[in-house]
Design a protein around this ligand. Structure first.
Ligand SMILES: [Zn+2]
Length: 412
């Protein structure tokens, strides 16, 4: 856990207070939520200082930090995608189409659910997040509460579609493992499943075209270099709900982009469901329910394409942007070096390539591990773009604290 409380005074204690002698807090310490006694554990190497339950104790029933209950709750709300194994691990399956929504009509609508939206031909439920992403966000949030305690992290697995299960940490990267992901991407490792990056927004910035983007981390060391972790989109509405301090789980095709300055580990989100976010409720310090931005409208897509087209004919007076000029939808096979931005010359402009970005970069249907690495992926049945989302319902999902109790689903 990254927090605890003094039992006598109820004063919150942060993991970063662990270390000095004498201790700046009074023992015994208890769980930040229930009354179970916890012990400070000093960090070592990549493991940060954190609190763990004292020997022989466990979290009380109903405590948000109780792994057994939370694992069962996540499995219950996962529409069949997350399973508790015999060993008590939680295994999250990534469906072939990670954006797939359950067949709502056959799912009994919870009677306490007031968020069901029905339009002419669709029924959807706020916050429009596919269950695979919702479950992943709940796991990430739970691990965050535990201060990424390796003993807790190891209770989670991910099973990419058609592949063997992998450790949670090979699917979802958090601040302490960003460098691992950077290195995997930098050496062009073939990664045949979507990747998730979990973090807290450091700041929101704008590129030279005035488009906002989120910095999740800056100047992260990796070997003898440093890099930034950025979340970008051609659609401002996907970034606008985020602010410094917002917690984010961003899923998709993370790649390394070399700039004349500091390389970027980044995701270009094209769909609302690629970004799950939640806040810390100031009243109790606990994370709120994950939500996501409203779906991108057909109008937004058309505008983004028009902007991209307007920017493209920069290099030469070619009357028509011939379609033969690949719009550079990031080729997946490793052979070709990164499609270089035409002119990486301008030095004061860290992001000169925005206009050259593919306007659609959903996680690509990737070759399965089994397929020969040398074989270029069969022209992927182009991004299974979900049908243009239904017009967003009038009320935008409120990013504000919805109460952490909702975490346990809607059961009373
Ligand atoms: Zn507890």
């Amino acid at each position: 856990m990254d927090k605890a409380r003094e039992q006598r005074t109820r004063r919150p204690v942060l993991a970063k207070e662990i270390g000095p002698d004498p201790e700046p807090f009074e023992r015994p310490l208890i769980c930040p939520i229930c009354e179970s006694v916890v012990e400070p554990v000093r960090g070592y190497k990549s493991v940060p200082s954190l609190f763990r339950l004292a020997k022989g104790t466990s979290h009380e029933s109903g405590c948000l930090l109780n792994p057994t209950e939370v694992i069962a709750s996540i499995a219950h709300g996962s529409h069949g995608l997350a399973h508790v194994t015999d060993d008590g691990l939680l295994r999250l399956e990534l469906p072939a189409d990670i954006s797939a929504l359950p067949p709502w009509p056959t799912v009994p609508v919870d009677d306490t659910d007031t968020d069901v939206i029905r339009t002419r031909d669709t029924t959807t439920v706020r916050p429009y997040l596919p269950p695979a992403i919702t479950s992943a966000a709940k796991i990430a949030r739970f691990l965050q509460l535990h201060g990424f305690d390796p003993k807790i992290v190891e209770r989670f697995r991910v099973k990419p579609h058609g592949q063997r299960p992998i450790l949670w940490g090979r699917f979802c990267y958090s601040p302490r493992t960003y460098a691992d992901l950077y290195q995997r991407c930098a050496r062009r490792e073939t990664i045949s499943h979507p990747l998730a990056v979990h973090g807290t927004v450091h700041s929101i910035a704008q590129d030279k075209n005035g488009k906002p983007y989120a910095r999740l981390a800056v100047n992260v060391p990796a070997g003898d270099t440093r890099f930034h972790v950025l979340l970008r989109s051609a659609h401002d509405s996907l970034i606008e709900p985020l602010a410094a301090g917002t917690h984010v789980l961003a899923v998709g095709d993370w790649t390394v982009f070399d700039t004349p300055h500091i390389p970027q580990l980044r995701l270009f989100a094209d769909e609302h469901w690629q970004i799950a976010y939640w806040e810390t409720d100031p009243s109790n310090g606990l994370p709120t329910e994950p939500t996501c931005p409203p779906p991108v409208t057909a109008r937004q897509r058309a505008d983004a394409q028009a902007r991209a087209r307007a920017r493209r004919p920069r290099p030469a007076p070619e009357p028509r942007p011939a379609p033969a000029q690949p719009a550079a939808p990031t080729p997946f096979p490793p052979p070709a070096p990164t499609p270089q931005a035409p002119k990486p010359v301008e030095s004061a402009q860290p992001e000169p390539e925005l206009g050259d970005e593919p306007t659609a970069t959903p996680p690509q249907p990737e070759p399965t591990v089994a397929s020969a690495p040398t074989q270029p992926p069969p022209v992927p049945p182009r991004p299974s773009l979900p049908p243009p989302p239904p017009a967003p319902p009038p009320a935008a999902p409120s990013p504000r604290p919805r109460g952490w109790r909702r975490w346990f689903g809607r059961r009373p």
